[in-house]
Design a protein around this ligand. Structure first.
Ligand SMILES: [Zn+2]
Length: 234
């Protein structure tokens, strides 16, 4: 076994390659692994050279990239991390003696998280979620009352950023807090427009643009291009 070889993804991430010789094997098998660590496992017959195996892996690059991209690398949120949420870049600091979390300045660019070190990441996430919820409510209050939902829930969805039921319940992915503010605001207005039109008809889009203003296409493009990246943390 050797992990001094790396398979470099187009994102720049270096995936360690673990090559094993398998007795009686007739061909090379590739197994991209996500858990517990991200590795590309390759087993090969004794006589097959490593360079041949790497060339073989290269020929399957598209498939390998797809698997690793579907399960993005999670970056750990630790004290001193600069995290962007709700349109601000916030430095996270930790004070185990504090029971609650609080901003340390008026600009809200330094956030002190209280509680034990093992709870740090979870407390950051919960704090961001509650900030997002109040921000969404603030945005909704800028629109005519006829668009207001009955109830709002935050979820951790992978395929939908927001949804609106015919009974007026709305849900949003809490990860929108990690997107640019205008992108998050677009998703909110999109769902509000569904309270009038349950489809994506021209009338629906006219309502979205009435609520959101200019730049819908830009926000949509951002989401389709960068949405997966919102799963980088937590
Ligand atoms: Zn929609």
């Amino acid at each position: 076994m050797s992990s001094e070889i790396f398979f470099t993804l187009s994102s720049g991430e270096q995936i360690p390659v673990v090559v094993t010789n398998r007795r009686g094997a007739h061909n090379v098998t590739l197994r991209p692994k996500i858990e517990p660590s991200r590795e590309l496992h390759i087993s090969k017959p004794w006589l097959t050279s490593t360079s041949f195996v790497l060339k073989f892996a290269e020929s399957k690059r598209k498939w390998i990239e797809q698997i690793f991209n579907k399960a993005p690398h999670k970056e750990k949120v630790v004290p001193e991390t600069d995290l962007e949420f709700l349109g601000r870049c916030v430095k996270l600091i930790h004070n185990p003696d504090m029971r609650s979390n609080q901003y340390m300045n008026d600009e809200k660019t330094v956030l002190c998280i209280g509680g034990g070190a093992d709870m740090f990441e979870r407390r950051v996430r919960d704090f961001i979620k509650s900030e997002l919820l109040s921000e969404i409510k603030k945005i909704i209050k800028t629109t005519p009352r006829e668009y207001w939902p009955k109830h709002i829930t935050l979820r951790d969805t992978t395929s939908r950023w927001g949804s609106c039921s015919s009974t007026g319940n709305m849900s949003f992915s809490w990860r929108l807090a990690l997107a640019p503010y205008e992108v998050m605001r677009y998703v909110v207005m999109h769902e509000l427009a569904h309270t009038k039109h349950m489809d994506h008809s021209p009338e629906f889009w006219a309502t979205v643009s009435k609520l959101y203003g200019f730049g819908i296409e830009k926000a949509k493009r951002w989401l389709s291009k960068n949405g997966q990246g919102l799963h980088k943390y937590f």
